[in-house]
Design a protein around this ligand. Sequence first.
Ligand code: MOS
Length: 745
Amino acid sequence: MALPEVALPSIIGAAVPRIDGPLKVSGNAMYTADFHFPGMVYAIPVCSTVAKGKLTRLDASDAEKMPGVVAILRRENIGKLYRSARDLTFTAYLDERRPPFEDDVIYYNGQYVALAVAETFEQAQAAAAAVRVFYSEEKPDVGDDLEPEGKLKAGNTRGDTETAFAKAPVKIDETYVTPVETHNPIELHASVSIWDGSKFTLYETTQGVVNHRAVLAQVLGVPTENVQVISRFLGSGFGGKLFPWPHSALAAAASRQLNRPVKLVLSRNMMFSNVGHRPLTQQRVRLAATPDGKLVSLQHDYVNHTSILDNYQEHCGEATPYLYSVPNLGVASGLARRNVGTPTSMRGPGAVPGLFATESAMDELAIKLNMDPVEFRLLNEPEKDESNGLPFSSRHFQECLRVGADKFGWSKRNPKVSSMREGDLILGWGMAACSWIAERLSCEANVELRSDGTVRVACATQDIGTGTYTILAQIVSARTGVPLDRISVVLGDTSLPPGPLSGGSMATASVIPAVCAASDQAISTLLYTATQATNSPFSGKIFKDLAVTNGRVHEKSSPPDNGIPYETVLKNANVSEASGNGKSEGTFLKRSDKYSTHSFGAHFVEVTWDPGIARLRVRRIVTVIDGGRIINQRSARNQIEGSIMMGIGMALLEETHYEPRTGHPVNNNLADYCMSVNADTPEIDVTFLDYPDLVVNEYGARGVGEIGLAGVAAAIASAVYHSSGVRIRRLPVKIENLLAPGPTA
Ligand code: MOS
């Protein structure tokens, strides 16, 4: 369907470097753990060394006598902490609902049982180690064979997959497993809390200051307006910082009990236990087609592990119902409880593990059909979203496949396994599709045109490192004509108008309507001011007959150059700023009943496999993304490149291991938990199709980030199969699996 083109200022889409870059490289950007206040004390949690059982006795007598120790806080002396009421509107949401120290039951290894507070970090650490904790211990369940509790819950369904699958001539029925993955942003989770007798000021590492405030107010039992949350800069989060975790409540409660500012920074080890992870998933895919490659049935059944207390669900079937045309389809999901901390969203939650399974299955079925995997996907393009009958707002998936295949040189692929050689290397070429939601969260923003010639835009969203500061400046510049170097952006503080989570790749799409509306209102205020001032050439004119072009106020009937700079208009009127507020509704919870909005893409991967020395490398990736209009080519490319690197880690390296007797994450450090690094970086070629999706917002930007990770692991696993003949259905791909003879691992 054809949508009207809009002419946009060239700042939209420009490859603008991050406006906060200089602050970061000079060390002047203040991250949570950088804040220091007079009288501040340091808190270190004491963590359970067992994963299941009861806390029977806690002896803090030695610890309390140690130098510098202020308190050993535990259930008896931390003060009252409440559960945050269940809230699914993302205005007060969290994944681990149990407040710290609520009872003496141990649910997972690493669970906080006490908090050592001391004058220095080292003293707090020593005191935490000196607290003696006694448990009655039971054998935990941290196993990875997921038997769901109860029957699977059916989700989106059409047709009859059972009958269609039974009758289908060509089919596969395989199970795919993705392991526990741990978020490892370089910035550790941290909380710095100040209590002034009635109000909390919380410096936090959070992807959602507004949500964090709402949750902490409930947990602490104080009115929302008595909590201010500040998060100016983040060293990323990948979903691990979307929602509050128990350490925030501990820091805040400690500051209230002790009447001192408290700093609590998690260790890297604690990050593997206490602040979420991507859960283990086990997914059975039954996929069937006619001999000429038309899909007839797709059943996607999946289970993820969750903690004992919380029902975290990994929505692996997120992209399944709409990606391809298939008359019979079902998704069904279940949970299996384990003695682990509560899982949480990790980059591309649901779709990322889900697409590993379904896109691997597409590759396996294409091989059975003796069809090219690109052709197979092109052949099953839907005309509309078959899960709800709605037209796609903007879908260019086939173009992603064609452009990607062309740039990669896919036509030169010999489909025969291990047939493409280069000296000792066997090349493997694989591909996969990707998709991600394109929705908005509600947002408010304020824009001020100021008499010093600057423009200020403020919003209580935050920049997790993706470029949100820069995006807001670009939007305001586009809307007001004021150059970037005169625009200041203020984010990450709940005292500003409420903004969205930095999550779901929705921040850019969410802020555009509110910031545009605020800019427009600020301009109206300015023009009205111009007509009201007595010493203004515009006095007595109708403000609707005026306009601002490139920062100059003029009559619409006369050229902009004859106008007056807006700061002069304001100064002459003795007005410090012309202010405007904007507000937009979200679409994430209340989806459109007119359009299905999603982003699409395709990855093409070359691996090299050297069986003589057992070396597997990803050498080249071509990615094409249909993510609506790209607001900033540089930050968007950076997002996709980072996601691709995460995809390489997911495919080949990442896996959190729990010790079966203690439930302890054994590789809970950056030496033993392997992630892809610069040395693993292949040649990466990212293309954005850049079709505006004007259903999503006025600039047609759907936002990008997570989509770049979706599908990468499937493309790599398929390339690994093409080179080695071994199909890996349980991530990560391990060298030893490729050395073993046999068709599967
Ligand atoms: Mo993302 S997992 O929505 O931070």
